[in-house]
Structure formats: C-alpha cells, structure tokens
Design a protein around this ligand. Structure first.
Ligand SMILES: O=P(O)(O)OC[C@H]1O[C@@H](O)[C@H](O)[C@@H](O)[C@@H]1O
Length: 292
C-alpha cells in the first residue's frame, strides 16, 4: 500500500517508493501525488529531485497547483468548448482507487459540477508508477460512460526541475510543425534542439514517441517516452510573463515544461463505452552513466 499523509494546505498526498529499500541507494526512487488534481508533485531518483513545484504554489482547492504534473482534461489550453484553460481535472479532488508501495491509481468521475461545465459522463483514471529502475510512468485512461460520443483534448503538463532554463535543450523535434502560442501562428522547427532565450510556448503536432531533455548545469538527461498522446508541448514563460503569474514570479528559471498532449492534432473521440489510454515513461540518467 502507498502511504497517505497530510501535505501542504492540509491536503492528502500519496507517497510511493521503489528500488533498494526506498530510502537510499542509486536506484532508489520516490514520488508523491496530491489527490487534489491527481497532481504529481515530486519524483526523485537517488536523492535528486526531478520535478519542479513553484515555491509560490498555492495549495488551496480549487486552484491548480503551480508545478508538478497537472492533468489537463477534458481540454488542453483553449482547444475545446470550456471557458477554463486546461479544463477542470486539475482543480478537482480525485479518489485514490487502488495502490501498492510503488503505484497508485486515482479516479475522477463526472458529477453534477462537471456535467454543468461539460455535458458528458466519463471516468478518468491516472496511474502513477515507479519502475524498479526508478523510471516514472503515468497512464491516463478515459472511458466514455455516456450514451453519446464524447471528444476531449488533454495533456500531462510536466514541470521538470532544471538548474537554470538557460542550460536546457529539448531534443527530437527538428523538422516538425508546431503552433506557436506566443506568436499565434504555425511554424516549422529547423533547430537541432529547442533552447530558451525568451518565452517558448509551442504545441508540436505529431511529435515522436521519444524526446530528450538535457541540462548542462546538472549533467542530467531525461528520456521522455510517450504512447497514445500524439503531440508534445514545450513551455517556459520567461521573465515578463512569469512576473504576471502570482504563483510563479521569479522562479521561472527553475523549470521546463515538456508536456505529452493530445492537442493540435485533434481531439480524442470516444463512442459510448469506449476507452482511450495515453502514457508517458520518463527515465533519468546522469551524463556518462549510460546516456547518449
Ligand atoms: O497558467 P496555466 O493555465 O497553468 O497554463 C500554463 C501554460 O500551459 C501551457 O501548456 C500552455 O501552452 C501555455 O500557453 C500556458 O501559459
């Protein structure tokens, strides 16, 4: 069983461990997930924290936690009928459906509140697992429990902790088309890697299933594998936009968002009783210990 304790703001969080005795050793990994939004707020391997949570994050439902891995559902950004950017799943309390010491499944079902915002019956499940290697796997499963078709866009909006955004490169997106949210236009990526000299807010269409994040200030490499999700989003707001975000402010240098998403490529469409699954597995390595 996973350990359930009280975290920030008096909210329940679920802690997972894997590898070694769960507290020490190179392969030992930990993770924590708040029931609020089913938001993963920590993943560490060998004592290295790999997930960013803003020091200014507000742990007060229904506000979404700034950082970690918010679940964007049933809408990514403004790609759908909802008023609220990124949908409502990150603002709601999910149930802990089942767990083991290294894995937990959270569930969110339609209710009066969600039906008022989005007239579809559904069940969403997020399973967070630590693999024996320390890798982090997240699986989002959505079932249409309604008698009519439903469509949605979604993302696992991962904030990776970095030494400084200026040291970061995201590799694997060269040649792809992306929608540049900052410019409001489609463009093609010609660069070997995405680097960050200012605001970057790009939704790539049909991204490859493996992407790499390097951080030269940390000698760390993250390999991000995805399945089911067709797109990938790369985001860092840079100083001007971050200053306008009360729960982020000066901390914008500390993360890069690489989000696996079903976004610009079009929504997932589910017939009654159909289910869709999207997953991501992130492996962490230090340079010189097996990474490319
Ligand atoms: O402030 P929010 O709603 O958490 O969104 C953060 C960012 O999320 C990204 O996914 C979007 O591409 C950005 O446009 C957006 O600014």
């Amino acid at each position: 069983m996973a350990t359930v304790t009280t975290g920030e703001g008096g909210l329940q969080k679920v802690s997972l461990t894997a590898g070694s005795d769960g507290s020490s050793g190179a392969g030992a990994a930990t993770a924590e997930v708040y029931r609020h939004g089913a938001t993963l707020t920590g993943w560490s391997v060998g004592g290295q924290q790999l997930i960013f949570v803003s020091p200014k994050a507000v742990f007060q439902p229904p506000k979404a936690i700034r950082g970690g891995v918010p679940v964007c559902f049933p809408q990514f950004g403004n790609l759908g009928p909802l008023q609220a950017q990124h949908g409502f799943a990150r603002n709601r309390e999910w149930q802990l459906a089942s767990s083991s010491s290294s894995s937990a499944t959270f569930a969110l079902e339609s209710d009066e509140q969600t039906l008022a915002l989005w007239p579809h019956a559904f069940r969403a499940e997020l399973t967070v697992s630590l693999q024996p290697s320390g890798a982090l796997q997240q699986v989002l499963r959505v079932t249409n429990t309604d008698g009519k078709p439903l469509e949605f866009t979604c993302a696992l909006h991962t904030y990776f902790k970095v030494s400084d955004i200026a040291n970061v490169a995201v590799v694997g997106l060269k040649g792809l088309q992306y929608f540049d949210n900052a410019a409001g236009a489609l463009a093609t990526d010609e660069a070997e890697a995405v680097t960050f000299q200012g605001e970057v807010d790009r939704a790539y269409l049909g991204a490859p299933d493996t992407l790499k994040v390097t951080d030269s200030g940390r000698d760390a490499v993250l390999m991000v594998h995805k399945r089911g999700f067709r797109d990938a989003v790369v985001w860092n707001p840079a100083e001007a936009k971050a200053t306008g975000m009360a729960d982020l402010g000066e901390h914008w240098r500390g993360f890069v968002c690489l989000e696996v998403a079903q976004a610009r490529s079009g929504p997932v469409v589910l017939q009654p009783r159909e289910a869709w699954e999207g997953s991501t597995t992130v492996e962490y390595d230090t340079v010189g210990e097996g990474a490319d």
